[in-house]
Each structure stands twice: as C-alpha cells, then as structure tokens.
Design a protein around this ligand. Sequence first.
Ligand code: GCU
Length: 422
Amino acid sequence: MQSFGCFLLIVLFTSSVVVTAQPKGYLYDESKVAPYELPDPLVCLDGTKVTDSKAWLKKRRPEVLRLFEDEVYGRSPGKPKAMRFEVVEEGEALGGKATRKQVVIHLGKGKKALAVNLLLYLPQKAKGPAPGFLTINFMGNHSVHADPAIRIPTSWVRNGTGVKNNKATADGRGSRASRWAIDAIIERGYAFATVYYGDIDPDFHDGYENGIHPLFPPKDPKKRKPTDWASIAGWAWGLSRCLDYLETDDAVDAKRIAVMGHSRLGKTSLWAGASDERFALVISNNSGCGGAALSRRKFGETVKRINTSFPHWFCDNYKKYNDKEGDCPVDQHMLIALSAPRPIYVASAVGDRWADPNGEFLSALGAEPVYQLFGHKFGATKQPPVDQPVHGRIGYHVRTGKHDVTPYDWKQYLDFADKHLK
Ligand code: GCU
C-alpha cells in the first residue's frame, strides 16, 4: 500500500462541539485519533500511478469499484428482466403547485415478488422535463408529507410513530415531513421522488430470505458467497430501478437526477451513485461509518461495531476488517471518488459525532485528487467552520445540530443542484 502523505496529518476538529448522546466506549476525541495511512486512490493494484482521467476511467475506477463490491457492499445483479411499472395514481397536489404520481415497480415473479412504491411530485410550472431528487426514506412514503392521497406501505416498517406490529397506519402521515423540503424543491423547479427502503428490503437480519435478495438471481440463501450483496447494496439497487422508471417518464429529465439519502440511507445513496453512473449528482446526509466517514480514523462508530449491530448491511467479506481497518484495500474517500467527475455533496452535523463529521470531510478531501484529473476542485483544504458550506464540484458542510435532515441541508442541496444541474 502506498503512503498518502498529507492524510497522515490529523486535522483538528475546532468547531464548537454540541454534546449529544452517543454510544459510550467509542472514540470522540480528535486528539486521540491514531495516525493512519490511507490507500492512494491513484495507485493501481499493479503499482502504476494514474495521471489522467482516461486511465482513471479505464483502469483504476473499475478496479476500485470491484474492490468495494468484493470487500464492502457485495456484488449486485444488473437490471432485471422481470420488472414492470404501473402508474397506480395521479392527481393534483401541494395546492396546485405539483402533480402527484404514484408508481408501483413490480419486481420478480412468484410468491416472493415485490411491489416497490415510488412517490413523485412533479412541478406544474416546469416547461419541459424537470431535473429532480430521488430520495429513499425510513418510515414509508406517507411519512414524508401529510398529503392524504399517499399510499401507505404494506411491507414491514420499523415500530414507531404510526406503526403497530411493524405495520404502517394512517397515523404516520407526515410524521417525517420535517426531513423533506418538498415545497422548496418544487418551488425551485425540481421533481421530488421518494421510495420506502423496506419495500426493497426489510431492515433486519433474516438470512436474506425476504426482500430483494432471493429474487435476483434466485438462489439458496444458505449458499451465499462472501461477496454477495447485502442490504445496503439491495437498497441502492432499488434506487437504480426507480431511475429505470424515471427514464420512462416524460415529465422528468432522467439525465439530471440527484440521488439523496440520510444516515444508513446516505451510505446507500453513495453506493447507488458509485455503482450507477446514470445518477447525475450524489448527496450523502450524515452517512457516517460505511458511508462518507473514513474507517481508519475509528472515530465514533467503527467497522466492528457496525458489522456487529447490523450484520446484514455489508457483504460477509467486510467482517474481515473488524478491528483491522488498515488491512482493507479501500477506505471511504475512494467511495466518494467513484462518483467523479459528477458533483457530489457530503453533509455533516456537528452534534453527530457517532458519524465522525471530520472523517466525513476528510473523505471528501481524499477524493479530490480524482476530481482534479478532470479539472475539478473542491475548494476546501480543512474542515470549514460550522454553517459555512463549500460548494465546489465536491460540496461539504457541517451544520449546527444533531443527526437529522433539516431545511438548512436542503437549502444547500438546492443551491448545489442549481449550480450543477441547471
Ligand atoms: C445507527 C448506525 C449508523 C446509521 C444510523 C441510521 O446509528 O450505527 O451507522 O447511520 O443508525 O441509519 O440511522
């Protein structure tokens, strides 16, 4: 492994730290981060150095993508034959500012076939196919807005507001609306699309018997390989199927779609953007360990902890790196680099120390050499102060507050999208 000198430097996290509850027994003190060496994104497995964008795209990028498949997220199947789209509802919404469309993506055949529900709001003022944000949510499409016409999921949902015995009810309508700036998105002329992650794969470990895994390709879950896809790859693959639908919808410009997710679904949006180059822009909101944050820092959540608490998120090979982050041939700056030269945004929250805000920043910085091959800049050399975003080809901010998605985050994503997608 080559040395990647400047990243040996430990950048001090100088911003005022809001102390929120974070699991005990983990590292939250920047001064105690042990020196580490990051793999160089520009050095190929055969030791040759990448010096231009052509070599990155032809040689190194496929290599890095394969390493992430085999060592981190697992290998996903391609676009399936057994897929069909059904528009099940259409109507006026948001006081006449939008058209609502609900589409069922039917996947697979037989007993285990899945119905994945995609909700779309299309700006009525659009003069042509609209650019848009494709997002993935935790509690059901009906949780993103109080709109009574939104269909309620029938798949497994985590118990919480408006959910009883893992079944969603109408009480959950709009329960997560604060996370989705739908009015602002429509106002700026973008389409808003969202899919419920549990429709694609229920988020608990059942040995990959439910959700998408038994369908593509159909195989015995007991005969899984250590490189087979797990849940994050499944959710990301589901986002690609949503994009397949958007490509067929004339109201949307599928070549200008930003993919966005929060937390475990921020890890998912990063992997979706890395594995599907049709996404024009990629947004990671507070994605942390296994997302934007550098694993080698071992700050906040660690590889071992995530593999233990969520054994179904990553491929089995990833468990080799429990307490051995330095042995992994990739770190998360290389995941960010896989989106190059497309614009990418990494957002942190100062109170979200479990997700290692500075590690999320350093990862974006570590991807910059790849962006530079294409003549693109980040514009930051150290973590910017709280609430002072940097919008280069790579975007970054650390905002005041806790692990969440806020109107402030969306304001940045909209400004960033205006800069790159319009
Ligand atoms: C846990 C987990 C994180 C994850 C988060 C979430 O805190 O440890 O890795 O990002 O859940 O998805 O809400």
